[in-house]
Design a protein around this ligand. Structure first.
Ligand code: GLY
Length: 576
């Protein structure tokens, strides 16, 4: 079906043909088309329903978006153990209704004892210690990040925001099938750690759907945080127990690492696209650079003229992805340790040149595309990140908006629960390039910009993003999904701004992903065979995939908040 669409966003002027297209695509995907959740005051979208409800209660009780975000962050650490956390790190993007923006970087950092070759074995090749075991953990940032957010922007008493999580851990919560099934999964690393096995797998007698999971040790840890703030995590009993266990198991994190941990406030990365203001993640995330690069490369291509997920749209977006990932492989890392050339990467002249290398009819083989900046700016970095992370959005009655993506890296992090403390540790050290200049275990190239150094933050793909038009909030969006986060977030933004889909259709529409290397175009289940055939004919090596990120979106439509959470998953949008 050929649909002619204006460049301007259509969400406020729903086009029947676009809606029809979305319905067809969703039916072929095996999903009933759903309406977005609508609300006029406030909204929380999260990937676990109980945590979304905690946030909604905070909003209804007069808390603002940051208050709710703090409460959701702690609640997810209890109810969504696969990625919710206090033992990991992440990013919070804030945009207040008065236009003030802030970006809190509470990503984990490498411990002081870390060194460039710490994960190389005797043969000089990377071991698996960056993923499994005590050595894989970076210094956690989540508790410090949530505390700083609350100090800067919160309006409610801190304790009241942590207490719901304490209750969920102490009294337990009823396991839904997705949470129980994920815990039972043979592939998760919880099986390898005695404390995780005891708590989450009931020592080999896994929880069934409908049973209650209680986490008393986690409740005590959270209670110390509720009473003492971040000090109750980075100092005192929690810090002592964590570092004693670290030392006993050959891990690297010490009490001074915990005491020295700092949240870094950064200027959000900003740009414009089709008349909208885009506020997004700066390095050490590659996400915001990628989003703005793709937008810059698509501008003026009329890529949208045949409709969402048409061969033409997929082709142009995939070629923009290819060029971004080539740049990502070379130029991105922690800006406090490496001079990331953000200005050059987003220079309109550079993006115009990059756009000009896209053949409108044919895929460009990745071997013909390299990082595009002049040689003297080049360095090599890894782009691998794991698939498990989580994202949530909050908008309050005043129009303050918060987008949080935080992570333990892999599902359940490194799988280790700290004895006596009840929380899982991250394996974020694997987001560094273990061996600069050589492919890592996933076949990805490592590089200097993302080499391990004490205190450094590993490169991320997390892309929490807020879109405005003039001073008006339009969209809050983000996702987990490893290196697919950036492409998933970008596609959902395009679905809303360029194709006029509502928040629910925009997140449910099948997505695609291409990341330069491997030179493969991944199509999520649901693409019509005709589209797949057209893309193959253009030269793409098309392969199926079950997910391209897991996107959460809130869209403001004529003053009404409309929230979408993927029907494929078990998240919840809660509004009032
Ligand atoms: N560990 C996932 C990311 O930071 O992108």
């Amino acid at each position: 079906m050929r649909i002619l669409l204006p460049l301007a966003r259509l969400a406020h002027m729903p086009s029947r043909s676009v809606r029809l297209w979305a319905l067809c695509a969703l039916v072929s995907f095996g999903l009933p088309a759903k309406e977005p959740v609508k609300a006029t005051h406030g909204m929380v979208g999260a990937q676990e329903p109980l945590a979304a409800d905690v946030g909604l209660t905070v909003l209804k009780n007069g808390g603002n978006a940051v208050d709710a975000a703090v409460a959701v962050g702690f609640a997810l650490a209890v109810t969504h153990p696969v990625a919710g956390n206090i033992g990991g790190g992440g990013f919070m993007l804030v945009r207040l209704a008065n236009g003030t923006t802030d970006f809190l970087d509470f990503r984990e950092c490498a411990p002081a004892k870390a060194s460039r070759d710490m994960y190389l074995g005797p043969n000089g090749n990377p071991t698996r210690e960056s993923i499994y075991g005590w050595k894989s953990a970076g210094v956690p940032g989540t508790v410090a990040g949530l505390e700083l957010a609350h100090k800067k922007f919160g309006s409610q008493d801190w304790k009241s925001l942590v207490t719901p999580a304490v209750g969920l851990a102490k009294d337990g919560f009823t396991l839904t099938e997705p949470v129980a099934a994920a815990l039972r999964s043979e592939n998760n690393p919880l099986n390898q750690d005695p404390e995780s096995k005891r708590i989450f797998l009931r020592d080999g007698n896994p929880y069934k759907t409908g049973e209650v999971l209680k986490q008393p040790e986690l409740a005590s840890t959270l209670d110390r945080i509720a009473r003492q703030g971040a000090k109750g995590f980075y100092r005192g009993e929690t810090a002592k127990k964590l570092t004693a266990e670290m030392a006993a198991h050959g891990g690297f994190i010490t009490e001074s690492d915990l005491q020295d941990y700092k949240v870094i406030e950064r200027l959000p990365l900003t740009g414009t696209y089709h008349g909208y203001n885009v506020i997004t993640a700066p390095p050490p995330s590659a996400g915001g650079v990628g989003l703005l690069q793709m937008m810059g490369m698509l501008t003026g291509t009329t890529y949208e003229s045949d409709g969402p997920n048409s061969p033409k749209a997929v082709h142009f977006v995939a070629e923009a992805m290819r060029r971004f990932y080539a740049d990502r492989s070379e130029y991105l890392g922690d800006p406090d340790f490496y001079n990331v050339p953000v200005r050059q990467l987003l220079d309109p002249a550079y993006l115009t040149w990059r756009r000009g290398t896209i053949d409108p009819e044919r895929a460009t083989p990745s071997e013909l595309i390299g990082p595009g900046l002049p040689k003297h700016l080049q360095a090599r970095v890894s782009w691998y990140e794991s698939k498990e992370t989580t994202h949530y959005n909050v908008v309050d009655a005043k129009g303050n908006a918060v987008a949080v993506t935080y992570t333990l890296n892999n599902s359940y992090g490194n799988g280790i629960t700290v004895p006596g403390l009840g929380f899982l540790l991250n394996d974020e050290m694997d987001d560094f390039a273990a061996k600069p200049g050589a492919p890592n275990m996933f076949g990805m190239v490592g590089a200097d910009a993302n080499a391990i150094e004490p205190g450094k933050r590993p490169l991320s793909s997390m892309t929490p993003t807020i879109i405005t038009k003039g001073s008006k909030l339009e969209m809050v969006v983000g996702a987990p999904g490893g290196s697919r986060i950036t492409t998933g977030v970008a596609e959902v933004i395009f679905n809303v701004l360029d194709f006029g889909l509502n928040a629910q259709d925009a997140v449910d529409l099948p997505r695609f992903h291409l990341q330069w290397k491997p030179d493969v175009l991944y199509l999520q289940t649901g693409f019509p065979l005709q589209t797949e055939g057209a893309l193959r004919a253009m030269g793409y090596d098309v392969k199926p995939t079950d997910n391209v990120a897991r996107v959460e979106a809130i869209v403001v439509n004529n003053g009404t908040l409309e929230g979408g959470t993927e029907s494929r998953l078990h998240g919840k949008v809660a509004g009032y």
